[in-house]
Design a protein around this ligand. Structure first.
Ligand code: AMP
Ligand code: MG
Length: 454
């Protein structure tokens, strides 16, 4: 660990002469007005600053999956609503069966039965029983349920017997579910900010919520830029490559919970870019664009952003992902976040994780903008950092064979920003601080990106 800090100079800016000697600062010419690299944490703070949850809407409970509650959910009901049986069996008086044994069973007269969905039409008196199903309403007079297995009645579908022999006692209250034993009327069920996962939806539905108040889903428009791009599935002509970024970004945005539109590829002119961007901001809350953001002669993203909104930052001290632009545009009463991600596919993936995903989550109303689980892991090989920038490295996390409940991390392969093979192999990322190298055995903080068996 521990390369020396150095001031931002031509070398840090990535400018090298063919003979590999660094340019002298005086030779920078027009590059001299490049902004300083913004530290990662500052850039993240600035991107999230002022982003607040989208407006509230009411959606049917069947549409609520993955949405985030905008208001606390309260219960209008007690759960259970009424006293019911926890067993298939016979509703009886505990006093009647107190002496029952298999050698000396207690025999009761069966008055009839209480099926699910029908209120009992008679009460249980001493010496009698009502056959009852799980979840059916307890009849008056009964205070416990003898499970069918503790009687001589046949298990499963059968006629209601006239008499039943009970082989074991059950005490008063046993096998009975009381009103309010699960949820009290007026109780806070779920806090605002809670995601409607399956458990939340079960509770909301059970307490009678036919609809829920949630934040609107963020709308994310995805644009690729570059005259070299053709869609996957189409043959490649000379000097062409397949557009992978817009498909990857659409998948990342959908995974983050957004409603996504892929708008396609804008050619490398400012006019083409502006036309597609105007269409995007008319619909989207977030526009994610890749390519055309660096210093190339045909890179028009920053100019297009400046035309539509305020270009508030670009160039972040990370590797990969240094060329990165962020702007906000106001369209009517809406604010649209514009992200200009680098073109290289790994830079796209990483900068989405670092900047776009947190913004989507904030718009959705989730309390935590940053949600990836972090773990400490022991590095099994040295990994190089870079001067002046955080290096985000793709890694494979695995169980440590030497230490239970601990993880080891190794590089998932080549770390250049065009290398997708090692991105797909990775299940995590680590952050190597600026001007540092890591040694084998170093403990590192890793983000888990997916389940380790996925
Ligand atoms: P740029 O910043 O536009 O110069 O792009 C940097 C690199 O990323 C170049 O190698 C591009 O060909 C590549 N690239 C840009 N956009 C895409 C895309 N949508 N899919 C795959 N590669 C891309
Ligand atoms: Mg390009």
């Amino acid at each position: 660990m521990g390369r020396t800090n150095r001031p931002v100079d031509a070398k840090v800016l990535g400018l090298r002469r063919r003979d590999n000697a660094p340019y002298a600062t005086a030779m920078l010419g027009p590059m001299a007005d490049l902004p300083d690299l913004l530290p990662l944490a500052d850039a993240q703070r600035r991107v999230l600053d002022g982003v607040s949850p989208l407006p509230i809407e009411t959606v049917g409970i069947e549409e609520a999956g993955g949405r985030v509650l905008a208001e606390p959910a309260l219960s209008a009901l007690t759960l259970p609503v009424w006293t019911n049986s926890a067993m298939d069996g016979f509703a009886v008086r505990a006093a009647d069966v107190a002496s029952a044994t298999s050698a000396r069973p207690v025999t009761l007269r069966v008055l009839g039965e209480v099926p699910a969905g029908r209120a009992p039409d008679q009460a249980v008196a001493s010496g009698t029983a009502l056959r009852i199903m799980t979840g059916a309403m307890m009849p008056d007079g009964a205070d416990t349920v003898v499970p069918v297995e503790q009687t001589d009645a046949p298990v499963g579908a059968s006629e209601v017997p006239a008499m039943v022999a009970v082989y074991a006692p059950t005490s008063a209250g046993e096998n009975v579910r009381w009103p309010g034993s699960d949820v009290a009327a007026g109780a806070l069920l779920l806090d605002a900010g809670r995601s409607c996962d399956a458990a939340a939806i079960a509770l909301l539905a059970a307490t009678g919520h036919g609809s829920v108040r949630v934040h609107r889903r963020p709308r994310v428009a995805v644009i690729s830029t570059g005259d070299e791009l053709v869609p996957p599935g189409s043959p490649l002509g000379p000097a062409q490559i397949h557009d992978s970024n817009s498909y990857a970004l659409a998948a990342q945005a959908a995974e983050a919970g957004a409603e996504v539109r892929r708008l396609g590829v804008a050619g490398d002119t400012l006019a083409a870019l502006l036309e597609m961007l105007r269409g995007a901001v008319a619909w989207a809350d977030v526009v994610v664009l890749s390519g055309g953001v660096s210093l190339g002669a045909h890179d028009h993203v920053k100019a297009a952003f400046a035309e539509l909104g305020d270009l508030s930052l670009w160039r972040v001290a990370i590797k990969p992902g240094r060329p990165f632009a962020y702007a906000r545009a106001t369209v009517g009463d809406r604010t649209v976040a514009l992200f200009g991600l680098p073109g290289n596919p790994v830079s796209v993936f990483v900068t989405f994780e670092l900047f776009v995903r947190p913004v989507i989550r904030r718009l959705e109303g989730r309390p935590q903008a940053f949600d990836r689980p972090t773990r400490m892991a022991r590095l099994t090989q040295p990994m190089r950092g870079s001067s002046g920038r955080h290096t985000i490295a793709r890694i494979v996390l695995a169980d440590d064979p030497e230490r239970p409940d601990s993880l080891i991390a190794r590089s998932s392969g080549g770390q250049d920003s065009y290398m997708l093979g090692s991105l797909a192999k990775a299940n995590g990322m680590i952050f190597i601080p600026p001007d540092a190298d890591l040694a084998a055995g170093d403990e590192v903080l890793a983000w888990e990106l997916r389940a380790r068996d996925a």
